[in-house]
Design a protein. Structure first.
Length: 480
């Protein structure tokens, strides 16, 4: 303005003051949001003990922050509140320190996740909640379901030793030996790794004991004595063995068909009686599998199948006990039974389409590839993938894809998947944006190449990680 001359000095001072206030407010708000997020984290003694350098830096920021807020609260007029000595410098230094702290915190969480890969399936906040209470193993309970699909809580005794696992249906499976979290000296990831190993060994031992018990106990009693998952697995193993025996005997299939019918009738009679809720769920799933098994036997009989090498038989999902594991076979694919505890859950009714999906997905697994069921919404694409995972006892993590997904979040998820050997089902994969999709495709390819080459470790997103060759990615697409 041409009329500014008389007020020029004053105007320049005001402009400088307002620009300074703007800078202070921006830095202040940024500092406030980060301080609010980090304050409860560094309020935990356990975290401070594990991250002393970041704790020291946070102490500096905390003293600056409390001084500034204390002064500002005495007089809240903007010129006075923002006129504190070196206020902008202190806030900028605080923000610089907070960035370094967050970087250190992310590196710390990454270390924990690389030690126990299932932590990759938890958000940062959930993981910090676990790590900030290392002295109390019970604090892990609310987040167990995200790490272990079938486990809703662990069974502790009075001295805080772990005796077994409990599913969301309240089915209790005892561990083969006790786990003492106190021995891990506050390292949650250490005793959770023991929980994972013990879970697999306990289910494996339970299956072995149940196989021995099957032939010595009446079936109606046997189905109520073992965990639901074990009952389904062992029942399928004996069905495979008995069908193969029937195939080698003239007229054997017709007789076995009658036996299957009588077994279903016995199970239905049990369901009509008084039962515990958990046993009722187990028998519901068993009847679904038994009915399908009976239909398969009837179909083999109709087609006059006479050899265990005929396609009509090898195209079925078959279970074989080969010390020390159960092996699940379908056509040319062999998969070891994963022994992941999946709780006492219901199973899908197996239609001819379900069977065809299984054959396709199992064929993909043989080639170290993933499967991609496609179809309208609500037709059971995801459920079929999940049910196949249940059939071979693998953890199946469902990931709902959205257009707001970025490659970093997917990379984090893949790291967990590759190391934990879990299965993933990416729901509505076609919703991911094209720019992100190209990176995700490259990430999946690098995992598949590592599995195919039989590597023990590989470089993923700049980090060297171990790889469990049983990991698999399925995607479902809804073309609508």
């Amino acid at each position: 303005s041409p009329f500014i001359k008389p007020f020029e000095q004053e105007m320049k001072e005001w402009e400088e003051t307002l620009v300074l206030i703007q800078d202070i407010m921006d830095s202040w708000l940024k500092c406030q949001s980060t301080w609010l997020y980090l304050e409860p984290i560094f309020g935990s003694e356990d975290i401070l003990a594990q991250m002393p350098e970041e704790g020291r830096k946070f102490g500096i920021v905390d003293s600056y922050w409390r001084d500034i807020m204390g002064e500002a609260s005495k007089d809240t007029h903007v010129l006075v509140a923002t006129g504190q000595p070196n206020m902008l410098g202190r806030l900028q230094e605080s923000n610089q320190l907070l960035e370094e702290i967050q970087k250190g915190l992310n590196n710390y969480l990454e270390k924990k996740r690389l030690y126990f890969p299932r932590f990759f399936f938890l958000s940062n906040d959930e993981l910090l909640e676990i790590l900030s209470e290392t002295k109390d193993p019970l604090r892990v309970q609310p987040h167990l379901k995200k790490c272990f699909e079938g486990m809703s809580k662990l069974e502790f005794n009075d001295t805080q030793e772990i005796l077994g696992m409990v599913s969301s249906e309240n089915e209790v499976v005892p561990f083969i030996h006790k786990i003492v979290p106190a021995k891990a000296k506050g390292m949650v990831e250490k005793w959770l790794l023991q929980v994972e190993e013990t879970m697999i060994n306990s289910i494996r031992k339970s299956i072995k004991d149940s196989l021995a018990s099957y032939s010595q106990t009446p079936r109606t009693n046997w189905v109520l004595e073992w965990p639901g998952q074990v009952v389904l697995c062992v029942s399928s193993t004996y069905w495979t063995q008995e069908v193969e025996e029937a195939l080698s005997t003239p007229g054997g299939l017709h007789e076995y068909h009658l036996k299957c019918n009588s077994q279903i009738d016995e199970t239905v009679a049990l369901v009509r009686g008084k039962l515990e809720p958990g046993a009722r769920v187990t028998l519901g799933a068993l009847i679904v599998l038994d009915v399908h098994a009976r239909d398969v036997v009837a179909s083999l009989d109709d087609q006059q199948t006479q050899s265990i090498a005929e396609f009509s038989w090898i195209s079925q999902l078959r279970y074989y006990f080969e010390e020390p594991d159960i092996v699940v076979r379908m056509i040319t694919t062999d998969i070891k039974y994963g022994c992941e505890y999946l709780g006492n859950s219901l199973r899908l009714v197996i239609t001819p389409l379900t069977d065809r999906c299984y054959r396709t997905l199992m064929g993909a697994l043989k080639l170290n590839l993933g499967g991609a069921p496609e179809g309208p919404a609500g037709t059971g694409k995801t459920e079929t993938c999940k049910d196949l995972a249940k059939a071979v006892a693998k953890q199946c993590v469902v990931f709902n894809c959205s257009d707001g997904l970025d490659y970093k979040a997917m990379g984090k998820f893949f790291k967990g998947l590759a190391q934990a050997g879990a299965w993933a089902c990416f729901d509505e994969f076609n919703r991911i944006e094209l720019e992100v999709l190209s990176v995700v495709a490259q990430q999946i390819l690098s995992i598949q190449v590592a599995v195919s080459s039989g590597a023990k470790r590989f470089i993923f997103e700049g980090t060297e990680i171990s790889i469990n060759p049983t990991c698999t990615m399925f995607i479902t697409m809804n073309p609508g």
